[in-house]
Design a protein around this ligand. Structure first.
Ligand SMILES: NC(=O)c1ccc[n+]([C@@H]2O[C@H](COP(=O)([O-])OP(=O)(O)OC[C@H]3O[C@@H](n4cnc5c(N)ncnc54)[C@H](OP(=O)(O)O)[C@@H]3O)[C@@H](O)[C@H]2O)c1
Length: 437
């Protein structure tokens, strides 16, 4: 760790202890999370961390009166890379230029703390190797579930177990929308507009709604918890756009509700993984998660099941996770522990071929022979019907009804769905949701 140099006078907000010089910290990205991190660093006075630099484009408009005067503001990453900071916090997000910045910092022997899920999901294993090769650390505890300390738990508290499955509600936007449709029985479009008005969803929310965000987080959980190297694009993502209020009515008939569930299960050399809307029992931990909260459940060979619940986003909760990572790195540096533990990663095949019961919802133009036509297709694919549900009160010109299936593999179901959706009375493609018990 570098000593406090004369040209960097002690930060007014953070006083170094007599024997241990404070760890020098540079913050790159002074947005929602960066600003909240800076506030915590400027407020706390534990002598372990000292904010010395803030880097943001056009930084003059970002300056705050509560940031001590001796903090250097810059828009040039090289000022950070060439400085004597010990830890770089990357909070600009995205791949470019974040990836170059993180690689540059690690190559310069500076540890990195980041909340960047895209970067870690795509390049996490390489960056961890780079960190180890340069005798420094890379921590990314805020990149999944924001303020919920699930990644630190995987790194320490659950490291003694052998995990085989991780499942979660990892996207607060989707959970807000689905739980609002559940409680208010409003259409999907109205719930989305509401989430956008409240700032829970972006104007273009595709990354959230279509599962891209959640599968990046699932890839990180698989890396940290299952030691599996998996590309997020290898994980199937199903959109929540096709779910509507009527599905909550039918799900309720089955004692269930609907949530976007991300799940990964390691069996032999295959990682079964899937992200998308799923039926879960109303009384289950997933069924009870409301609004924009996140929940992660882990299953271990020795310790059994664990649950982690809390705020998956927001400046302050995410900043707490970032500062906790900073403290972890700083304590390691002051104790002379620099390099990260080595992750022995596997590269499993990735499959979405889970075996589950299924919920199928069709919208049909009512006419005789519908059930017979569907039953013929299902039987030809050796799929067993568990129940047929039809609620009264819908127009016969666009009648939604539901078939539930006994457990079968995804690959067995898909060809049947294709044929069912092509039947002349089917007005829309058949919606299929796994039922998770
Ligand atoms: N917000 C959350 O709740 C949350 C939760 C978990 C994880 N995260 C992750 O945390 C990271 C930061 O998120 P955020 O919400 O704080 O984002 P944000 O509000 O958009 O902040 C990003 C900051 O970085 C600056 N920036 C962007 N590109 C830059 C560049 N090329 N050079 C210099 N500065 C640049 C932006 O400046 P401008 O002001 O000029 O745009 C902005 O101040 C992301 O990786 C995100 O995925 C966020």
């Amino acid at each position: 760790m570098s000593q406090t140099s004369p040209q960097h006078a002690p930060n007014a907000a953070i006083v170094s202890t007599e024997h241990t010089p404070a760890c020098r910290v540079a913050l790159v990205g002074f947005g929602t999370v960066g600003r909240a991190v800076a506030k915590i660093l400027c407020d706390r006075a534990d002598g372990l961390l000292r904010l010395t630099h803030i880097c943001n484009r056009n930084f003059e408009r970002k300056k705050q009166p509560w940031v001590p005067a001796d903090v250097v503001w810059t828009d040039d990453f090289h000022t950070i890379l060439n400085s004597d900071v010990d830890i770089v916090i990357e909070l600009i997000g995205g791949l470019t230029p974040a990836e170059d910045l993180v690689r540059g910092a690690l190559q310069a022997g500076k540890s990195v703390v980041t909340a960047n899920k895209q970067l870690i999901a795509r390049h996490g294993p390489d960056l961890l190797s780079l960190a180890a090769a340069n005798d420094c650390r890379l921590e990314f505890g805020a990149s999944v579930a924001g303020g919920v300390p699930v990644l630190p738990a995987l790194r320490t508290g659950l490291n003694g177990d052998r995990l085989h499955a991780i499942a979660g509600i990892l996207n607060g936007t989707c959970n807000y929308i689905l739980s609002r449709i559940e409680t208010a029985r409003i259409p999907f479009s109205e719930a989305l507009e509401e989430a956008q008005a409240l700032g829970y969803a972006e104007a273009d929310a595709s990354e959230d709604l279509d599962g891209g965000d959640a599968r990046a987080k699932l890839a990180i959980l698989a890396l940290a918890g299952l030691q599996a190297r998996v590309s997020p694009t290898d994980i199937r993502a199903r959109s929540i756009r096709t779910v509507d209020a009527v599905d909550f009515d039918y799900a309720a008939e089955l004692g269930c509700t609907i949530r976007q569930i991300s799940r990964a299960e390691l069996k032999d050399s295959t990682l079964y993984a899937d992200v998308g809307p799923s039926l879960v029992p109303e009384a289950s931990p997933f069924g009870r998660v409301q609004r924009n909260l996140n929940l992660v459940l882990t299953s271990g060979e020795y310790g059994g099941d664990m649950a982690f619940l809390g705020a998956g986003a927001g400046g302050d909760p995410t900043a707490v996770a970032v500062v906790s990572d900073l403290l972890f790195v700083a304590e390691g540096l002051s104790a002379g522990r620099r390099a990260p533990r080595s992750l022995r990663l596997t590269s499993p095949n990735v499959s979405c071929d889970f075996e589950t019961p299924w919920y199928l919802r069709l919208v049909v133009k009512d006419q005789p022979g519908i059930i017979a036509g569907l039953a013929t297709i299902l039987s030809a694919h050796r799929l067993n019907i568990d129940a047929v549900l039809q609620k009264p009160g819908f127009e016969k010109s666009a009648l939604p009804f539901v078939i539930t299936l006994e457990p079968c593999r995804d690959t067995q179901l898909q060809p049947a769905l294709h044929e069912m959706s092509a039947l002349p009375f089917a007005l829309r493609p058949c919606l299929s949701l796994p039922i998770l018990r």
